[in-house]
Design a protein around this ligand. Structure first.
Ligand SMILES: *[C@@H]1O[C@H](CO)[C@@H](O)[C@H](O)[C@H]1NC(C)=O
Ligand SMILES: *[C@@H]1O[C@H](CO)[C@@H](O)[C@H](O)[C@H]1NC(C)=O
Ligand SMILES: *[C@@H]1O[C@H](CO)[C@@H](O)[C@H](O)[C@H]1NC(C)=O
Ligand SMILES: *[C@@H]1O[C@H](CO)[C@@H](O)[C@H](O)[C@H]1NC(C)=O
Length: 598
């Protein structure tokens, strides 16, 4: 009875629509504006209102945390030198000199940007309704979870995205909430230094840099002083986990003997920027002690120029290990070297250090980690693998991961900072490699971790034609090989996509640096794939298997979905002056810090 069924459908649809529109607003998902309805003009008008009229900025006062971290009496006070270097007068130009888009092209980009904003607002609305002031929304159940000490990680992480999308009312509503966060109390007995630094301190600093609101500065100082208490150790190195109660007493903390190198290596930008905005050198001085250890050890490791993935901060040993990678565990240690140079300039010796470390690592990684995989369609790409240095020398394993995808953008940035075509070209090919991986899988997204077959021969950058015999040999070495994988991939060891940003991060940087519109097109392709595959009733969720269509999802939405992934997508289609790379450097959580000019 097709006709009756059709009528049923119409009736049901009408009921559903009725429910959708007439349920109380705190129950139904808001119907968010589609293309065009929420035009950029509204955002611009809101911006102008807040920028030109101080009275439009709500009067918000920060509530002091229940413990004053600046009052800790240190058993081991950190050194107070070196002093922050003076701002540099000149920096090399980073961004391409863009000309205005034609009207037709601009209209397409505006539509795309608004679509990204729509997806952001949908996730934000659900966070607001179901998980407000909690660390993260669970996007399938609509529940929430506190896994980062309970200081509203998603809220703090999203502040600058709200600002740059022009959502000023939501922004100030969030600032009012930030004003009440109590950094004197944690939901867990220990606090993770790395996550607290990149998400909370980074988020507050960037939101302050964009809006200038004093509450954000005050709260940034509170978190900064909490993290600074993690330096109350016998040898001046920071702890990986801060024991909250011991840290308050000031009796001293015990530095761990084995940590991933990214943990102590990812404080420089946040602490340097905090010193800049407070004119208090102590943060910069404390982190400088750490980076001096890395600087001294750089040429003494088993792969000179890079540091092992695991280091011992208790023994100040950053040279003994044998595993090397620019991926997870190590990534942002490397990321922060060129970026610290960008933030601090190299007017004086202590920041020249970052240029030296950056160039040296970039040369070493290029020589030992990157390779052209054997792929069926002849694209000129590079992928970053892992290198183990054994008794008989370095061994490159062609295993890569989503986390490594930031490296293309970083080499492109390095290419501009250090005037090197070689770095820039490598950056283009590395970023292309990640875009290629997205395209290869049926969902349009790349797996969290995977292997490819390297081209045979000694020149790892050289192209090679497809050789099925060679591929079969490589695939047979991998227990995880599955025949349904795209040609060229020998495993999808971890087949999830967990809403990560690194691939689109590099696409964004390449777009801004080269001005080649191919990057904007690939960004849109990636966005459509990601938005579709990750959508849930409330927001967006991690996908368990990108190698098949219709995979199950996981009830989890990392705060970096709003802080990074959607921000980078948005910026790919926005005005190229919005967060220009000549005015800002972004931390590893995509929080833009303003570059001070001397
Ligand atoms: C802002 O609020 C504080 C405390 O409520 C008050 O003391 C102050 O006068 C207000 N400032 C302005 C400009 O309204
Ligand atoms: C640090 O010492 C001063 C002076 O003895 C004291 O007033 C203050 O309460 C101490 N701070 C903490 C956090 O115990
Ligand atoms: C490490 O080697 C590079 C040259 O390859 C040099 O510029 C740098 O100063 C060296 N670092 C140290 C700490 O000696
Ligand atoms: C293809 O690879 C196999 C196995 O490595 C090798 O023996 C053969 O010579 C290669 N064929 C060509 C045409 O290069």
């Amino acid at each position: 009875m097709p006709r009756i069924r059709a009528r049923h459908v119409i009736l049901c649809t009408a009921v559903v629509l009725w429910i959708y529109y007439f349920l109380p607003t705190d129950e139904a998902l808001p119907s968010l504006p589609r293309y065009g309805q929420d035009s950029s003009r509204r955002g611009t008008a809101a911006l102008a209102r807040y920028m030109n009229d101080p009275a439009a900025v709500p009067n918000i006062t920060a509530k002091k945390s229940s413990f004053d971290w600046s009052s800790v009496n240190f058993t081991y006070p950190p050194k107070l030198t070196p002093k922050l270097p003076a701002p540099v007068a000149e920096r090399p130009r980073i961004q391409h000199r863009f000309k205005a888009d034609s009207k037709a092209v601009a209209a397409i980009q505006n539509q795309r940007r608004d679509e990204v904003k729509r997806v952001f607002r949908r996730s934000w609305a659900s966070y607001k309704r179901r998980a407000w002031m909690k660390d993260a929304l669970k996007p399938i159940s609509g529940d929430y979870v506190d896994q980062f000490s309970g200081w509203a990680a998603t809220l703090v992480d999203s502040l600058d995205t709200l600002w740059l999308m022009g959502l000023r009312d939501d922004f100030y509503e969030a600032v009012e909430a930030v004003a009440t966060i109590d950094f004197g109390h944690s939901t867990a007995p220990t606090v993770n230094t790395f996550e607290t630094c990149i998400r909370y301190l980074g988020g507050l600093l960037a939101a302050y840099d964009l809006s200038g609101h004093h509450v954000l500065r005050e709260k940034a100082i509170e978190v900064g002083d909490l993290l600074y208490a993690g330096f109350n150790t016998e040898n001046g190195m920071p702890v990986d986990f801060i024991n909250f109660q011991v840290a308050k007493k000031g009796s001293g903390l015990t530095v761990e003997s084995r940590v991933v190198s990214a943990s102590p290596g990812t404080i420089t930008l946040e602490f340097s920027r905090l010193s800049q905005i407070t004119s208090d050198d102590k943060y910069y001085a404390a982190v400088s002690q750490v980076m001096d250890v890395f600087h001294r050890g750089q040429n003494e490791t088993k792969l000179p120029g890079m540091w092992p993935m695991f280091v011992s901060m208790s023994g100040k040993d950053v040279v003994s290990g044998y595993q090397f990678s620019i991926g997870g565990n190590a990534d942002s240690l490397y990321e922060y070297l060129p970026k610290a140079h960008a933030l601090l300039g190299s007017a004086e010796a202590s920041s020249k250090k970052y240029e030296i470390m950056a160039r040296k690592f970039m040369d070493t990684a290029m020589e030992n980690l990157f390779f052209q995989p054997m792929i069926p369609d002849g694209y000129d790409i590079l992928v970053s693998g892992n290198c183990d240095v054994l008794d008989d020398g370095p061994h490159l394993d062609p295993e890569s991961e989503h986390l490594s995808c930031f490296i293309g953008g970083l080499y492109a940035l390095g290419g501009r900072l250090f005037d090197s075509k070689e770095y820039l070209d490598a950056g283009v090919k590395l970023a292309r490699g990640c875009a290629y991986a997205y395209r290869s899988f049926p969902t349009g997204m790349m797996p969290e971790r995977y292997n490819m077959a390297m081209c045979p021969g000694s020149d790892r950058f050289a192209y090679c034609p497809w050789n099925q015999t060679h591929f079969d040999v490589e695939a047979s070495k991998r227990a995880e090989y599955k025949p349904h994988l795209p040609k060229g991939f020998t495993t999808a060891k971890d087949p999830r996509y967990i809403l990560r940003p690194e691939a689109i991060e590099s696409v964004f940087v390449l777009w801004r640096i080269t001005g080649d519109s191919w990057w904007r097109e690939i960004a849109w392709e990636m966005f459509e794939a990601v938005a579709k595959a990750t959508e849930t009733p409330y927001a967006n969720a991690a996908v368990l298997d990108v190698t098949v269509l219709g995979s199950e999802k996981e009830d989890y939405m990392e705060s970096f979905w709003l802080a990074e992934t959607l921000k980078y997508f948005y910026l790919c289609f926005a005005d190229t002056d919005l967060i220009s790379l000549d005015d800002f450097v972004l931390n590893t959580e995509a929080h833009p810090f303003r570059l001070v000019k001397g």
